[in-house]
Structure formats: C-alpha cells, structure tokens
Design a protein around this ligand. Structure first.
Ligand SMILES: C[S@@+](CC[C@H](N)C(=O)[O-])C[C@H]1O[C@@H](n2cnc3c(N)ncnc32)[C@H](O)[C@@H]1O
Length: 164
C-alpha cells in the first residue's frame, strides 16, 4: 500500500519535472546572491512590474514583491506552480502566478523580464519578446547571454539587456 503510494508520488514528480523539458529549461533555482543582483539590475521603481518566464518555486517573485514591485510568473511544472502559488499567497496583491507554457501565452505589459533558461532558447526568447511588443523593456538573464547582443550591465553572472 505505502510502496504503491510512493510509486505514484514518484511518477507524478518525474512526469512534472520531466515533461517541461519538451518546452524549455529544467528546474534549477536562481541562488540568493543572483536573485538580489537580478532585482537590482532590473532597476525598477516600486509599483512597476517584472515578468518571470519559468518562475520555479517563486523565489524571484517574492524578492520582487519585497522590493515593492508587482510580479507575474509563468510556470509549466504543475508541482512548482502549486508550491509557488501557495508560497506567494501572502503577496497576492503584488504577485500573480500563471500555470502554463509561456511560449504560447500572450504576455502582460511589464517593465522588466527575468529569465533563467538555456542557451539554445535565447534566440527564440529574443523573437518572442519582440513579437510581444516588449523590446523596450529591460531583460535580465541569469547565466545565459543573447549571442547577438551586448549586455548593458552585469553582476554576479546576471546580465541585463536592452533589445532596442
Ligand atoms: C532554470 S529554472 C528557473 C526557475 C526560476 N526562474 C528561478 O530562477 O529560480 C526554469 C524554470 O522554467 C520552467 N519552464 C521551463 N519551460 C517553461 C515554459 N515553456 N513555460 C513555463 N515554464 C517553463 C521550469 O519548470 C523551471 O521551473
């Protein structure tokens, strides 16, 4: 009975973390120092909005809310979505977590975008940002660069870009 329950839980976890690989980056959280750097590099004022594409466990959304920002995160992994949804509830006036594939969504108006994805997804991201009419916002990427652009700023392995 317990073994069966454990098998089911394991299967759900493997499925949740595995199927996301078909659509984007695997789960790996941004570390504390880099979260801090990302919020700083975004350079937003309280009340402005940051969009996080693949918001994981919600840690960047929470750091943004604590800095007085509004934050919208998209997350495709159902377990991470649920966890981050519950974890961010106390900031519900500032944080919205959306379950779904961010490539297939129309993104809200925002002042900055934060990502921690994969090198192979950066050109696709560049195109999607332009399609969404958000080329003027500051784009913050942890670890991975846009191959055709020069960062306007950089700290702790976090890069800030202006596409336009
Ligand atoms: C490298 S992790 C980064 C998590 C979080 N941004 C952070 O920095 O702590 C990438 C996250 O993006 C999510 N993800 C990957 N592709 C996605 C997609 N197409 N739509 C929504 N979420 C996606 C994964 O489930 C994972 O949580």
């Amino acid at each position: 009975m317990w073994v069966r329950a454990l098998e089911i839980i394991l299967a759900i976890a493997i499925f949740s973390f595995g199927f996301v690989l078909l659509f984007g980056a695997p789960y790996l959280p941004t570390m504390k120092k880099q979260v801090k750097a990302a919020i700083k590099l975004a350079g937003l004022k309280p009340g402005q909005t940051i969009l996080e594409l693949g918001s994981g466990d919600g840690r960047v959304l929470i750091a943004a809310a604590q800095a007085g920002l509004n934050a919208v995160g998209y997350e495709l992994n159902p377990l991470l979505f649920l966890y981050s949804y519950l974890r961010t509830r106390r900031y519900h006036k500032q944080i919205k977590v959306v379950f779904g594939n961010f490539w297939r969504q129309s993104w809200p108006k925002c002042d900055a975008i934060y990502v921690f994805l994969l090198p192979r997804l950066m050109s696709k991201l560049d195109r999607k940002i332009r399609t969404e009419g958000l080329a003027k916002v500051i784009v913050i990427s942890f670890a991975f660069k846009f191959s055709e652009l020069t960062p306007v700023n950089e700290e702790q392995g976090v890069f800030a870009y202006r596409l336009k």
